[in-house]
Design a protein around this ligand. Structure first.
Ligand SMILES: Cc1ncc(C[n+]2csc(CCOP(=O)(O)OP(=O)(O)O)c2C)c(N)n1
Length: 664
């Protein structure tokens, strides 16, 4: 069998092996989606047998083509492909254990469980938006290191659901604008979703929609291998990203359920499965793949070894320093210069204290980071001047200037967050993107995937409380810090001054197994730190100001409220009450510390107070349910920020008063 252009019968055998495994695995698991892999088997077969540059034995080779199954509910498609092509971890037993605890075949593709899965998908729309970030990273990295190092495509299979989700609009607009011509989306255009025919809920002409966003788009018969192949070949030559709308039949081959939503989210059932296998000419035994078909697929999986070797020898001709730098960047290893640059920056801050907003302190830190860290890739969702994320030397990325290292994401917070996941997963860059903290709500589904996948993404979220003032309650985050702290594997920093900001940036950039939020102020804050030898934020919390005498009170605070805690300490001292101040730049990090360290920082003062211009949730772990909380209980209001702090009682005076009342 030729693996280049197999005759139709040979193609069908390859595609039917996917269908067969998908039907059997879903049937055995008694759950899952057989219809999607059955419908897209022809597309996937053409893509993998004729176009994908991949070496099944080496799923992380840097210059492989990326494949994203955006319609993650069809996960058996990717597992069948991995097994058939010979991915080392994907055994037949794994397919038989589809959706079971501990298997490499979870319900939706998880990149941290299954080698060869490029990104976690399942929440519709995320895959295509993540793929935009991958294609962006490819373009930028190729511009920097040359085609000998980077020259690959990003392929996506996306469903109606992916394209209906709002994030897809943000993603395709960015890809079109940036002319990400090596991004090729194969749309499983089957006119079916869970509720039934697509006509129940949608009448968008996707080809026109993508064209309007600057894509090359065309329609093909998704069960005609030659038509699919010709369209992919055209797409590869395009100067624009490409959509290939492949008209398919969901559940292709199932006599009764094909073309209906019944092929969607449930096993076919024994009778329908048997009939489908008969119709497709597949052996009836579960999980059977005939040796000649398996052999043909394995050859497809091994073919890429030659491409990988060619790449290795081409890459080997690059200067050794360039090779080392490329490898460092892809491994997310931070440059040695980074820690030195930030240590020098902190020293300068101690010598010359800065009483500025923490968003401004962040800008100063960025200025220190950029020369030391070429992979630092900042951006903003149209709030560059407010988020203070653009270094003076940074130049905007554009289709014309792929060497630019600042991303104007437009007003697309969700698309930005998803693209940053893709950039981080691709490797080569340390993405950070910015907006107002309140708009983490707009980024949230992608932030959750950052946390789940453990992508090293930094979210620079400014205007972090009622302290933003006049813009009012729509713009004032109240519950956001607490809710982000509740997200597993999301690190949240709310630094109190320029020194803590520099520390938190360093901790964020060195965190390569998960995302970080930096919550930063709009309003000016005094520099409270007077020494910067150790990175004190590393424990999440530390004693900033000792009590004068035996402490009766501990005042815990984060960010802008540490200043208020310091003020309350002074007022209490004037009344003869000794209070200490603990700065808590990261409550979640602090709560992860060993118990003895936590106990030492929390201390034994009888009155514990937490001050944060947000909701109380989470603080009881430090102050106890009988602790005093000075913060917000509802939405904010529109006014100058000092008036708001007074109005909501978040002041040194109100804190001292509450403490004195408690002490009786
Ligand atoms: C954000 C999100 N919302 C809802 C779902 C639940 N869900 C899974 S598949 C699906 C729709 C399936 O339709 P389509 O995308 O056309 O896939 P196909 O039926 O063609 O397989 C839905 C609503 C989801 N996975 N993600």
């Amino acid at each position: 069998m030729s693996t280049q252009v197999p005759p139709r019968a040979e193609h069908d055998k390859l595609a039917n092996a996917i269908r067969s495994l998908a039907m059997d695995a879903v049937e055995k698991a008694k759950s899952g989606h057989p219809g999607m892999p059955m419908g897209t088997a022809d597309i996937a077969t053409v893509l993998f047998s004729r176009f994908m540059k991949f070496d099944a034995a080496n799923p992380t080779w840097p210059d492989r083509d990326r494949f994203v199954l955006s319609a993650g509910h069809g996960s058996m498609l990717v597992y069948a492909l991995l097994y058939l092509t010979g991915a080392p971890d994907m055994t037949l037993d794994e397919l038989k254990n589809f959706r079971q605890l501990g298997s490499k075949t979870p319900g939706h593709p998880e990149n941290f469980i299954t080698r060869g899965v490029e990104t976690t998908t399942g929440p519709l729309g995320q895959g295509i938006a993540t793929a935009v970030g991958m294609a962006l990273a490819e373009k930028m990295l190729a511009a920097e290191f040359g085609k000998k190092a980077v020259d690959h495509y990003t392929y996506v299979i996306a469903s109606d659901g992916d394209l209906m989700e709002g994030v897809s609009q943000e993603a395709i607009a960015m890809a079109g604008h940036w002319k990400l011509n090596k991004l090729i989306v194969l749309f499983d255009d089957n006119d079916i979703s869970i509720d039934g025919p697509l006509s129940l809920a949608d009448s968008v002409d996707q080809v026109k929609r993508f064209q309007a966003a600057g894509w090359r788009a065309e329609r093909v018969d998704g069960h005609d291998p030659e038509a699919i192949a010709a369209a992919i070949a055209r797409a590869q030559k395009s100067g624009k990203p490409s959509l290939i709308a492949c008209k398919t039949i969901i559940g292709y081959g199932a006599p009764k359920k094909a073309g209906t939503s019944k092929a969607h989210g449930e096993p076919l059932g024994a009778d329908e499965l048997k009939a489908a296998k008969e119709k497709l000419g597949i052996a009836p035994e579960p999980f059977a793949v005939s040796p000649d078909v398996l052999d043909a697929w394995r050859k497809i999986g091994a073919r890429g070894a030659a491409a990988r070797k060619t790449w290795e020898s081409l890459f080997g001709t690059l200067p050794p320093k360039k090779q080392a730098e490329f490898n460092r960047r892809l491994a997310h290893e931070r440059p040695a210069k980074l820690a030195k640059a930030l240590a020098a920056h902190r020293k300068a801050l101690i010598a010359s204290p800065q009483n500025i907003a923490t968003r401004k302190s962040s800008e100063l830190a960025i200025e220190a980071i950029v020369p030391a860290m070429p992979e630092f890739l900042a951006g903003s969702a149209d709030l560059t001047g407010s988020n203070n994320t653009k270094a003076k030397s940074a130049v905007a990325f554009s289709a014309k200037n792929p060497k630019g290292r600042y991303i104007h994401y437009g007003i697309r917070e969700h698309g930005m967050a998803a693209a940053m996941n893709g950039i981080a997963l691709h490797g080569g860059f340390a993405p950070n993107g910015a907006t107002f903290l309140v708009f983490t709500d707009y980024c949230r589904p992608a932030m959750r995937l950052s946390a789940l996948m453990g992508t090293p993404v930094v979210y620079v979220m400014t205007h972090d409380s009622i302290g933003l003032g006049e813009d009012g309650p729509t713009h004032q985050p109240v519950e956001h810090v607490a809710s982000l702290r509740a997200m597993p594997n999301m690190r949240v920093f709310r630094p109190c001054d320029a020194v803590e900001v520099a520390e938190c940036w360093e901790l964020a950039l060195n965190r390569i197994d998960g995302p970080t939020v930096l919550a930063l102020t709009r309003q000016n804050l005094p520099q409270l730190r007077t020494e910067a030898k150790a990175i004190r934020s590393a424990a999440g919390a530390y004693e900033l100001l000792k009590a004068e005498g035996r402490a009766q009170v501990t005042l815990f605070a984060s960010g802008s409220e540490v200043e208020i805690a310091a003020g309350a300490r002074k007022l209490l001292a004037d009344k003869g009450v000794a209070a200490r101040v603990v700065s808590v730049p990261s409550l979640d990090l602090f709560l992860e510390q060993p118990a003895d360290l936590r106990d030492a920082v929390i201390g034994s003062a009888p009155v514990k107070v937490a001050i944060e211009a947000g909701v109380r949730m989470g603080w009881d772990a430090v102050i106890g349910s009988d602790g005093l909380f000075v913060g917000m209980t509802g939405f904010g209001a529109s006014a100058p920020y000092k008036d708001l702090y007074r109005h909501f009682g978040i002041t040194a005076e109100a804190t001292a008063e509450a403490v004195l009342k408690r002490l009786g």
